[in-house]
Design a protein around this ligand. Sequence first.
Ligand code: ZN
Length: 62
Amino acid sequence: MLGATGQAMYRCRVCGSETERAAHCGTAARHERGFAALTNDRVNLLSSLLAGLIAYGISLLL
Ligand SMILES: [Zn+2]
C-alpha cells in the first residue's frame, strides 16, 4: 500500500519503460512520480517496521 502511493517511479530514457530504479539501460532514468527519497528498499523497511509495531501492539492487547 505504501509502495503504490509514495514510491518513486522512473521512466527510462532509453527504452521508455517505467521502473522503480533510478537507472535503467545503463543511464539515469527520469523521475516520473512518487518521492525520490522513498526507494523500494525503504518502502520494504517501513512496511516491516510497521508490521512489527502492529504485532507488538496486538501482543500487548492479548
Ligand atoms: Zn531501459
